[in-house]
Every structure is written in C-alpha cells, then in structure tokens.
Design a protein around this ligand. Structure first.
Ligand code: SF4
Length: 269
C-alpha cells in the first residue's frame, strides 16, 4: 500500500449496467474472494501485475507487456470523474465503484464516496458483501446505492467456489436491508453451481424469512465466458473453461421463481 493512494485497475466511461443512467466505473484492484466464474481475474491480486498481450500488426505477431493496476490519489481519480460530469447530469447517472472488492480499500473508498457526495455525483457501490460490519456501517452507508451479490447459500459450497464463508456476507446483507439501504441484489447464474435447485430454494427461504418486506429488486446475471482470454493472459486457472454461456431466455423460469416472492426481477445488468 502507498499511503494516501488506492490501487485502481481501470476507469471505464459510459457504463450503463452498474447503476442508473450513464456512469463512470472505477475498478479497484484486490479481492478477498476467488469465485470460479470471476470475469475480472486481473482484479484479484492486491498489487500491480504484468501480463503479455498477443497482438497482430500488418500480419506480424507482436507481444506487448502491460501493467495492470495503478496507485492513484483521490484527487487523481476525481479529476477523471469530473470529465464526465455532463453525462451524469444529463442521464441521472453517476459513479460506480467496483472491482475486485472496493471494500478491501475501505478508507480510499470512503474518501472517494465523500468527494463524490460533495460534488453531487450519485454513487453506486458494487460489493461481494465480504467486509467487516464496521466497514459496512461507516463506508457502504456513504453510497447512494449498493449492488450486493448473493451467490451460494450452503456455507461449505460457498467456501469451495468463492474461497470464503458466506456468514459475514449474509449478516451484512441483513444489516444493510434492515438499515433501509437502497439495495439491488445480484445473483450470478452459474450452471450447476448457483442455479441448482437446493441453492435457489435456499435463497428463496433466506429472502422470505430473513429479510423483512419489501424485498429489494434483484438482477440475475447470466454466466458468460468472455474472460477466457484474460485467464490465459494473467496465468490464472480457469476452472469453468468448458462451461457454455447462458442466454437471457435460459433464466426466465428462475426469474419467475423470484417474482413469486413479490420481487422486481431483471435479467442482466
Ligand atoms: S467477488 Fe467479484 S471480483 Fe471478487 S473474485 Fe468474486 S467475482 Fe471476482
């Protein structure tokens, strides 16, 4: 860690899936989880990484080394975000903090959330929910909207497929919902892992019994294999490399099951 800075691996403009309107998404590098289906494998390590990109130029193959991850100050990030102010204002959009896991760099995240609030930028926090309760109370509460992942209800299977227990995550979800936080739940739909009947039944029981009504909206995220090349480039094992992609229509029966709980459910985003 470099004092006064945070490790960022991308700042992506004109995003439309991670919160309302047109958004600029700041991707934090570093994540305590290791989900088998992660589509940002370059986001997991808490340090800059060098990878080699294979390019073709005029029929010639070229290898170019790239560094992913840059230590940035809050002022440097805010200078980037200010450039898109007009788009936030015109589209009722704003800024999304994603990753990786932004809560892993809690004080840097808190400073950015405060700086955005001072400028009137709407903020969204995209989190796995794996953070201390204090971090949830002090930092997640600064975001206008929290996108909160719900993955696997069986704790042993959660450990197997993500590397960590789900107990802290489920406790934080209950806390944020009871505290009245503006939430959208996100369920990555991974064939044979998160979409198995036992898991869906477990999620429905948790939502019905452990979260007071009204329940937050929920997005179902269909599995895709677009990160395949990144796994190769960053030399990370891709345990789902043979899994076929889902299309939104595959998720319609699942959508109906959550809608039967009275939830507003969307596919994608
Ligand atoms: S929580 Fe998100 S960023 Fe972290 S490993 Fe899982 S999918 Fe990847």
């Amino acid at each position: 860690m470099i004092p006064g800075t945070g490790l960022v691996f991308d700042i992506r403009r004109f995003c439309v899936h991670d919160g309302p309107g047109i958004r600029t998404t700041v991707f934090f590098k570093g994540c305590p989880l290791s989900c088998w289906w992660c589509h940002n494998p370059e986001s997991r390590d808490v340090s800059p990484e060098t990878s080699v990109r294979h390019l073709s130029l005029d029929g010639k193959a070229l290898d170019r080394a790239e560094i992913t991850g840059k230590w940035m100050t809050v002022d440097e990030v805010m200078t980037e975000l200010e450039q898109d102010r007009i788009f936030y204002e015109e589209s009722s959009g704003g800024v999304t903090f994603s990753g990786g896991e932004p809560m892993l760099q809690e004080s840097f995240l808190a400073e950015l959330l405060k700086a955005c609030r001072q400028r009137g930028f709407h903020t969204t926090l995209d989190t796995s929910g794996y953070a201390t309760r204090e971090a949830m109370e002090h930092t997640a509460s600064l975001a206008d909207l929290v996108l909160f992942d719900l993955k696997i209800m069986n704790n042993e299977l959660h450990r197997k497929y993500t590397g960590v227990s789900n107990q802290v995550i489920l406790g934080n979800l209950k806390y944020l919902h009871q505290a009245g936080k503006n939430l959208i739940l996100r369920v990555p739909v991974i064939p044979g892992i998160t979409d198995i009947p036992e898991n869906i039944t477990g999620m429905i029981a948790f939502l019905a019994n452990d979260l007071p009504a009204p329940l937050p909206p929920l997005s179902l995220l269909p599995y895709h294999s677009l990160a395949k090349e990144k796994y190769r480039r960053f030399s990370k094992p891709n345990q789902l490399q043979h899994l076929p992609d889902l299309i939104p229509e595959d998720l319609l029966p699942l959508k109906k099951q959550f809608e039967d709980l009275g939830m507003k459910v969307s596919i994608g985003g």
